[in-house]
Design a protein around this ligand. Structure first.
Ligand code: DQA
Length: 147
């Protein structure tokens, strides 16, 4: 199975930004953790991070017919982007939305997620481990498809 992990704006600054919320570990550490898991599970994985909404839309469009699942942390675009929602709806690739922090228990404006309308599942507040929970969900989903 082939999974695309997309991260939105400021996720490249993990380890530097608001450590009390997002922790001490870097984006590179996050990639390494996911790569280790995928190697063990024999999952092909690719990563994309961008601070630009249109670039994320382009990447979702390019994923059509290539990836079996998408794990996406749209970061701030979660709460604003109809364009990312529409791209996910267009390609219909099983998608899990991930947030490192517990978005439901922060500012009011973080409670609304457009992306969740296209996601099979939303995982929030599990820290970096949320990405692995998302991949596990996609694995289970993929196995059911085969039977
Ligand atoms: C985030 C939560 C968003 O509200 C925020 O804008 C982010 C990161 C998270 O992973 O917890 O940049 O998606």
């Amino acid at each position: 199975m082939k999974i695309l992990v997309i991260n939105g704006p400021n996720i490249n600054l993990l380890g530097l930004r608001e450590k009390e919320i997002y922790g001490e570990n870097s984006y590179k550490d996050l990639i390494q953790m996911i790569m280790d898991y995928c190697q063990k599970e024999k999952i092909e994985v690719e990563f994309f991070q961008s601070n630009h909404e249109g670039a994320i839309v382009d990447e979702i469009q390019k994923a059509y017919g290539v990836f079996d699942g998408i794990v996406i942390n749209p970061a701030a675009y979660t709460h604003t982007s109809v364009a990312i929602l529409d791209a996910l709806k267009a390609v219909r690739i099983p998608t899990v939305e991930v947030h490192i922090s517990d978005v439901q228990n922060r500012e009011e404006f973080r409670k609304l997620s457009y992306v969740s309308l296209a996601a099979a599942k939303t995982i929030a507040g599990e820290g970096f481990d949320g990405y692995l929970s998302a991949i596990r969900f996609l694995q289970e989903n993929d196995q059911q498809k085969e039977h």
